[in-house]
Write a protein that binds this ligand. Structure first.
Ligand code: GLN
Length: 551
């Protein structure tokens, strides 16, 4: 920016949560970035938790891990995918973080004897955090979780109001939902009007309204929203359902939204900057073949919708890799407990082109997952194990290929052969209930062994992947596992920690201790997922359906 100032775009939501506000925010970031600006995004979550790490994924979706080890909201993953940018943990602000810092400052006598109050000190800390992230950026988008009118959002809105009053360049963007009740078949704007009124009560007037609905908002309703919400009619932007979320930046661009935002800040707009992203969307549209992927996990009483959110990055990584190979994935959730009840159900896995066991915690459903992994190994079904999915592949191999009866991860309790275990230094922390410090979080380097499948897929000797786990392959068992053909194709630089596990003579059998799904981007699918989908597509050729020779 010529004046060196960051422009703030504050994105709030109205009517209902779960609207796709994260995608809308990320899409605005995407179109502004395409204009050549330095852009990033912050998510505000109004809960008291310091971070998302202590919440189960059925609460707010998956826990997205940043490179610097932050356990953040799933929207951070959406931002990384739409901006092709690694963001830090500082981009997810929670009420808990803000209050903790203010109380720490009070204890440290940093307030010089003054009375510390909710107003102004809490909004001031919010502003301080936003401005720290905004350093060096042209635009900082700030997405506020939940909806306006939620009691817990008030102090954040107060921070923005004060920033606006003091002259920070800001545009307020309010995302509303326009329902189409089945009995009427007509799009209704009244809930949107009420939500803008709630926003007005906090002293904030939206500059733009994004009208989220199953269909594009028509002219008549734009007029209504404009009059009743006191927003220019050309500042009401349609946000209809699209076949893929990645189309949203183009939907915005076509409505002149990019130009209108830049005009608001008196900045020039350049035509024709969306070509690279149009290429991404074209690749998606052109994918014709189908690839059937099963994800085996412990899924009970959750419902498909929550499941999708709990494994959002895994699903996106599968899509990115499939699209690039001309295929549309059909993803099926498979409850591992089914296999515990009736092992003959394992044969149903043969209907899939590839199977994934993703990350997970605890002992429930573990035996079913191990059964599924064994079936994939023995029947030559392409298998990708992510974190827990790698650990359980090692357990399965120890039991069934190395004859270590009762081998297990100690996450399920004591085991005669603890092939997956906590390392001694972690055990001490766990005994002291110091759980916060026992996870390996964020970027870790692995050194890959030449000549392995993993080395070939990455095409590199060293890789950095993000981690989130407590248990490790027990180094004491490595010689026995290797003697029976297990290949640890990547290890930590000190060689103590096993990062990748693979088997020879199988169409594709790879496990990783990391979460590669977190690094997959639509224009840069992750190499492990590319290799997995390639093997899955190859399985569709009858000749490829060979059962591997016994290891
Ligand atoms: N529960 C396993 C551990 O803590 C795996 C974690 C994961 O899959 N993210 O090590």
């Amino acid at each position: 920016m010529p004046d060196g100032k960051t422009r703030f775009l504050i994105v709030t939501g109205g009517v209902i949560s779960g609207l796709g506000k994260g995608v809308a925010t990320a899409s605005i970031g995407n179109v502004l970035q395409a204009q050549g600006y330095k852009v990033s995004i912050v998510k505000i979550d109004p809960y008291i938790n310091i971070d998302a790490g202590t919440m189960r994924p059925t609460e707010h979706g998956e826990v997205f891990v940043t490179g610097d080890g932050g356990e953040t909201d799933q929207d951070i993953g959406t931002y990384e995918r739409f901006l092709d940018q690694d963001v830090s943990r500082l981009h997810n602000i929670t009420t808990g973080q803000v209050y903790r810092r203010v109380i720490e400052m009070e204890r440290n006598l940093e307030f010089g004897g003054r009375c510390v109050e909710v107003i102004p000190h809490i909004p001031q800390e919010v502003e301080r955090r936003l401005k720290a992230v905004a350093q060096g950026l042209d635009f900082l988008l700030v997405e506020v979780g939940g909806t306006v009118g939620d009691y817990q959002n008030v102090l954040f809105l107060e921070a923005f109001r004060a920033m606006h009053l003091r002259g920070d360049p800001i545009a307020f963007i309010h995302v509303v939902y326009l329902p189409i009740p089945g009995n009427l078949g007509e799009m209704k704007t009244k809930p949107a009007q009420h939500s803008v009124r709630l926003l007005n009560e906090t002293g904030i007037q939206p500059t733009f309204i994004i009208a989220r609905a199953s269909r594009p908002v028509d002219d008549v309703r734009k007029e209504k929203i404009s009059i009743f919400c006191n927003v220019r009619k050309d500042h009401v932007i349609a946000d209809p359902d699209t076949p893929s979320v990645y189309e949203m930046p183009l939907v915005f661009e076509r409505q002149g939204f990019t130009r209108k935002i830049l005009e608001h800040f008196n900045l020039p707009y350049q035509e024709g900057k969306m070509q690279p992203w149009e290429g991404v969307v074209r690749t998606i549209a052109q994918a014709q073949r189908q690839v059937r992927i099963g994800i085996v996990g412990k899924y009970f009483d959750i419902g498909d919708f929550t499941l999708e959110d709990s494994y959002l990055s895994v699903i996106e990584a599968i899509k990115h890799a499939s699209w690039q190979q001309g295929a549309k994935p059909r993803i099926q959730w498979i409850d591992s407990k089914e296999f515990e009840r009736d092992s003959s159900r394992l044969r149903s896995l043969e209907e899939y082109d590839g199977i994934i066991v993703p990350g997970g915690f605890g002992s429930s459903g573990v035996e079913g997952k191990i059964g599924a992994i064994r079936h994939c190994r023995e029947q030559g079904i392409p298998y990708l194990g992510l974190c827990y999915g790698m650990q359980l592949a090692v357990v399965e191999y120890a039991r069934n290929a190395c004859g270590l009866e009762g081998a297990n991860t100690t996450e399920t309790g004591p085991a005669p052969h603890p092939v997956i275990d906590v390392l001694p230094e972690q055990a001490q922390l766990l005994a002291a209930k110091n759980y916060g410090n026992t996870m390996r979080l964020g970027n870790c380097t692995a050194v890959l062994a030449p000549g392995t499948l993993v080395h070939r897929l990455y095409g590199r000797d060293r890789v950095v992947e993000r981690h989130r786990h407590r248990y490790e392959v027990n180094p004491a068992y490595i010689p026995q596992l290797e003697a029976k053909g297990a290949i640890f194709s990547g290890r930590s630089p000190d060689r103590r920690l096993m990062e990748f596990f693979e088997l020879k003579g199988h169409p594709f059998f790879v496990g990783t201790q990391a979460h590669p799904e977190l690094l997959s981007r639509p224009q840069r699918p992750h190499p492990l997922f590319l290799g997995f989908i390639q093997a899955a597509l190859a399985r569709q050729q009858p000749a490829a359906r060979r059962v591997p020779a016994a290891a």
